[in-house]
Design a protein around this ligand. Structure first.
Ligand SMILES: Cc1ncc(COP(=O)(O)O)c(C=O)c1O
Length: 390
């Protein structure tokens, strides 16, 4: 008899993985398959906003699942309006309109399309070190040629230096009447925690207003209360025309959206989605907002974030500590290049990174002082460990 070769399907290998299998999580902690506990200052890439498996969140999503898991946007789904009302109130954008989708890239893709529909123009201004996602337009406005496929390359995107008001002015002076939108993160995340200056955001606002272009505030990573304000762009006291949101919005449930200023009008069929705004996603997003409000998590993010930053600034080996609230980055010198790995494998603490040498902290907004103190003690220990070992 011929022996049949058994083939097992493999995962498409696109992620460098930490050799850790996570099986359980609660609050700011996660556990691996051997029961080892980790402090999570990464939140699965800024996604865990109210803490892992928060009881109110679990209850609300479970109740919704038992009632109605899914129906499409061909019928009325009042839970979408409930979400829009709550989001309008907490973000201070009651007059805006909400379009729901499923991921950060999709939110930016729709924001850019809408800006082009609205203005009838093609050109988009984006900035160096930006990251806006991996779908076609979102990746075209992302400053990383390595992830832009040939089919995504377009002459319609103009990259300008981040925080450079003069070059922005010059660009608008030369071709302002062709610019559909400016897209900018309030704090660049993947780019390494680079804070947009308030005057830079104000300049974007005034130039967009003057030239009829759309100001898109990518709040996928820096939004949803993480910085102590609902949108980090709010620190500049300006209103964008569109805010894109994802990550913390669902505390792990895939849900995203854009908030759209009232002067941008919709037409049937202009945007659309099968899964966006489904009842389960809305229940998850509502649970997140309810917990942010009831536990005052934006205040907590600001207070705890300020504390972490001032403590990190007192560690001389760490350079350029920066960020706002619980979106913090710092540069690690070459002599400590394994610090992030050592925090993970020696101290059981998850942190994020940005190439080439930045550690990023993106914990739950409910992070408490005890866990911060544990982190600070651990990082000091790891910084001094090599010297002790010499
Ligand atoms: C600022 C920003 N925009 C957009 C995205 C894309 O989001 P998603 O991975 O959900 O498509 C990301 C993801 O890291 C991001 O940080």
């Amino acid at each position: 008899m011929l022996s049949k070769k058994i083939t097992v399907m493999k995962l498409f290998d696109v992620y460098p993985l930490n050799n850790i299998t996570v099986v359980k999580a609660k609050g700011s902690y996660i556990w691996d398959e051997n029961g080892l506990q980790y402090l999570d200052l990464y939140g699965g890439h800024a996604v865990i906003s109210i803490g892992h498996t928060h009881p109110h969140y679990v209850q609300r999503v479970t109740e919704q699942l038992n009632k109605l898991g899914f129906y499409s946007n061909s019928v009325k789904l009042p839970i979408q309006e409930e979400l829009a009302t709550k989001l309008g109130k907490i973000s201070g954008r009651e007059t805006y309109q909400l379009f729901l989708c499923n991921s950060g890239a999709e939110a930016n893709e729709n924001a850019l399309k809408l800006a082009s529909f609205h203005t009838g123009r093609k050109k988009i201004v984006a900035f160096t070190k930006s990251f806006h996602g991996r779908t076609s337009l979102a990746v075209a406005v992302t400053d990383n040629p390595a992830i832009v496929a040939p089919v995504n390359q377009t002459p319609n995107v103009i990259f300008l230096p981040f925080n450079d008001e003069a070059s922005l002015e010059a660009c608008f002076r030369a071709q302002g009447n062709e610019i559909a939108a400016v897209i900018v993160e309030g704090i660049q995340g993947v780019g390494g925690i680079n804070v947009a200056r308030e005057s830079f955001l104000q300049k974007i606002r005034s130039l967009c207003t003057e030239h009829g272009s759309v100001f898109i505030a990518d709040s996928v990573q820096c939004g949803y209360g993480r910085t102590g304000k609902f949108f980090s762009h709010d620190y500049a006291n300006v209103d964008a025309d569109i805010y894109s949101m994802a990550k913390g919005m669902g505390n792990g449930f895939p849900v995203a959206g854009i908030l759209i200023a009232p002067h941008l009008h919709s037409k049937h069929g202009m945007l659309g989605t099968t899964f966006g705004g489904n009842p389960l996603a809305c229940a998850a997003a509502l649970a997140v907002l309810e917990v942010i409000e009831s536990e005052k998590l934006m205040d907590n993010a600001k207070r705890i974030g300020d504390h972490i930053q001032s403590e990190l600034k007192s560690i001389p080996e760490l350079q350029n500590v920066r960020g706002k609230g619980l979106m913090i980055g710092f540069d690690v010198p070459e002599s400590l290049k394994d610090l992030r790995k050592n925090l993970l494998f020696n101290q059981n603490i998850f942190t994020g990174e940005a190439k080439p040498n930045v550690i990023r902290l993106l914990p739950s907004l409910a992070l408490n002082k005890k866990d911060v103190d544990q982190f600070l003690e651990s990082i000091r220990e790891e910084i001094h460990a090599p010297a002790l070992n010499q």
